[in-house]
Design a protein around this ligand. Sequence first.
Ligand code: ZN
Ligand code: ZN
Length: 394
Amino acid sequence: MPDYLSLANQLAPTLIAWRRDFHQHPELGFEEVRTAGIVAEHLRALGLEVVTGVGKTGVVGMIEGVGEGPVVLLRFDMDALPITEATGLPWASQRPGLMHACGHDGHTAIGMGVAQLLAQTRDQWPGVVKLLFQPAEEGLGGARATIRDGVLDSPAPDAAFALHLWNQLPLGQLVVQPGPLMAASDRFEIRILGRGGHGAIPEDTIDAVLVAAEAVNTLHHIISRNISPHATAVLSVGKLHAGDTFNVIAEQAEIEGTLRTFEPAVRERLIHRMEETLAGVTRAYGAHYTFEIKEDEYTPAVNNDPEMTDIAREAARTLLPEEQIIQITPIMVSEDMAEILNRVPGCYLLLGAEPEGGARGPHHNPRFDIHEDALPLAAALMSQIAVTYLLRGT
Ligand SMILES: [Zn+2]
Ligand SMILES: [Zn+2]
């Protein structure tokens, strides 16, 4: 087994330079043209077989080791968010309104580092490493787009791994756990259809504002009254729009929100009860409604395969002290690596990357930052995991 930690540490200044460059030039999902170009150029320079345009802007690189063996997929996401950066850091975003506020700039740099470490040591392991630089993780369906474009075919990966830098955990703490880690996510859209009219003549109207208010209230009772206290679910209404002026009763209202669940049966129950609730509330007022779960924006829960989790933990133990390898209560945020983990056994990890002096903002915050010392550690870790898996698979 090559000493990936010291190789990665030698590469640290390069990893940091790559990350800062990506950070200064953030790109939204499916628009990662500059980022993908830099990645593809780097992979080609390492002598890898490269496919671009996977899931629109994704890049796939293949590294063959020595001799027959399994195929392992390592996935890194590349997209930024529509947030205006407020860190004041010298390498802050140069594109107004766009920011790498989730650390995917770091993930891309880590992936380029892993490509280099594995290409450099390809005579010391068997099988194939497939590197996926995925576009559009932030709720835009990037993983699904790359799957549609065949990232899980020819060769089909036997295992898949990915990690997220996590600035809410101390530097170097690593979450490795089997089973559920992150929740499934749904987006819903509701339209309340009433009858508008004069604010002083309510008897001739069906007030969409009142019906929407009632609907929002009643929807919030589903979690507490229809879902077992032993299950986990979230229903949040994030958007409620109705009316244009003070003396007109609104004809329509729009409600949008998100659901988070872990078990498909809980998700189905929740959606079913939402439909029944909306039917009942609108009927009581004589209004109508439409209710839509945006199936194309659904992200399943992240579930780690127990055997692949063991491999990730075994690899982590060679790089980190035992007390830094932890388990946490599953978190309600979602991650589209779940699309891949639903099809290929694998493990998703969270690596602590809290900046020096503490995080000034969590993920998706304008003051978000990461500790750059996590970059070489992550590159070593992903390389070590891939090779541990490939050596074990033979
Ligand atoms: Zn994010
Ligand atoms: Zn993220």
